[in-house]
Design a binder for this molecule. Structure first.
Ligand code: ARG
Length: 400
């Protein structure tokens, strides 16, 4: 059966799931949405940890054209002057300094209070139609991010048009602006389950950091006061509020919380997980975004939703997260619907893995996939979660 997402998955038609077991890997080595580099190393690290052979073993045909070439796109669009791109990133030494300081505030705030190494990013960032006289707060590196994420959007749209499962490997959570917008267009009734410690629902006006990785949900939902330069390809509101459910939230900024409370987005915080248990929370979230239980679904998984005990290799860790089993359960339930069409795995930062910091190599457990190289705990968890979302269960190692 040919894949024709638009006509086949219209408003009223029940979606029967992808017709074939083809997964398209979109390597989005992109970390411009935050002030720390390293998340851009994740796609390569996930591949090195054996992602493709493990997916093949599970019964999937893997299409991986390699990482998107962001630099080429920047140059094409005349943004070459912004290269090298790491000018707004803080150093790993500064990150360690923040950790040693006791981490009373998040890294972005700490870096700001301790003389950020990078500029405000405001230069040349004027929003569309805005005069510089009363310039609104500017997303750090805004136009460059818009340009880069358009490439993600295009690649995900292509994967969806081919009827393939769109697996986006971040990168920071910025990439979801590209992937989710593309999938919402390909699958009009798309329900999005967003697993995260943070809501990423700040607008440029509410954001304490002006980092875009804290904003993609707000942008998709249409909450930005104005369209920032470079984002013409993103239709604000492309994701209806009621089609979004969060699980795992525990670090929300005050004005961000106000926006969420006033919206129709479905929020399941860690407290809901405590109260109802993960089984019930997943059921409620799926019911909320897809009341008929017959529409296409997307999983946007930020590894910082997981407790730092299990996922230490990420930039914005927050205590009190999902356990190893809870996060796997979520991924497994998504696979069991048979209607998952895409997944983002974001915010894995191999540079922050304990093994890289001198803590010794992560040890393999006896029952782990021998084909997966044991690079580091968070990278390995990332591979495992992708496998769970694509059908691996305790009783079945083939998607059936
Ligand atoms: N994708 C992430 N890790 N987001 C963290 C966002 C942190 C904070 N709420 C901010 O807006 O900056």
């Amino acid at each position: 059966m040919a894949a024709t997402p638009k006509s086949a998955h219209g408003e009223t038609t029940a979606f029967a799931g992808l017709a074939s077991r083809d997964v398209h890997v979109i390597g989005a080595a992109f970390c411009e949405g935050q002030n720390l580099a390293g998340a851009d190393a994740a796609p390569a690290a996930l591949r090195a940890a054996g992602l493709a052979p493990a997916l093949a073993k599970l019964g999937w045909t893997v299409h991986d054209p390699g990482d998107l070439d962001f630099d080429a796109r920047y140059r094409e669009r005349g943004l070459g002057a912004s290269l090298p791109l790491d000018k707004h990133h803080e150093s790993m030494e500064r990150y360690r300094e923040w950790e040693d300081s006791g981490m009373a505030v998040n890294f972005a705030t700490w870096a700001h209070d301790h003389g950020a190494q990078h500029g405000s990013g405001a230069d040349g960032d004027a929003a569309v139609g805005e005069s510089s006289a009363r310039a609104p707060p500017q997303i750090v590196n805004g136009p460059l991010i818009g340009c880069g994420l358009e490439l993600v959007h295009e690649a995900v749209a292509r994967a969806a048009a081919l009827g393939r499962f769109a697996l986006t490997l971040g990168g920071d959570h910025s990439v979801a602006a590209g992937s989710v917008s593309a999938l919402c267009e390909a699958y009009p009734r798309l329900g999005v389950i967003w697993i995260d410690a943070h809501a990423d629902a700040n607008t440029p006006s509410t954001s304490p950091s002006l980092h875009y990785h804290g904003m993609p949900a707000a942008h998709l939902l249409g909450w930005f006061e104005r369209q920032p330069a470079g984002f013409d390809w993103l239709r604000p509101g492309v994701l209806p509020e009621s089609s979004l459910a969060y699980i795992g939230l525990r670090d929300i900024d005050p004005d961000e919380a106000k926006l969420l409370r006033a919206s129709k987005a479905h929020v399941y915080t860690m407290r809901d997980v405590d109260k109802h248990g993960i089984g019930r929370v997943v059921e409620m979230a799926l019911e909320a975004v897809d009341p008929h239980r017959n529409g296409p679904l997307h999983l946007s998984l930020d590894v910082d939703a997981v407790d730092p005990h299990f996922a230490p290799g990420t930039g914005t860790m927050v205590r009190g997260g999902l356990t190893y089993r809870e996060i796997h359960y979520i991924a497994e339930e998504m696979a069991l619907t048979g209607r998952l069409v895409g997944m983002d795995l974001v915010e894995v930062n191999p540079h922050l893995e304990p093994s890289q910091a001198g803590g010794g190599a992560a040890r393999a457990m006896h029952n782990e996939d021998p084909e997966a190289a044991h690079v580091s705990p968070t990278v390995n968890l990332g591979v495992e979660l992708i496998l769970s979302a694509l059908g691996k269960t305790i009783m079945h190692d083939r998607y059936h």
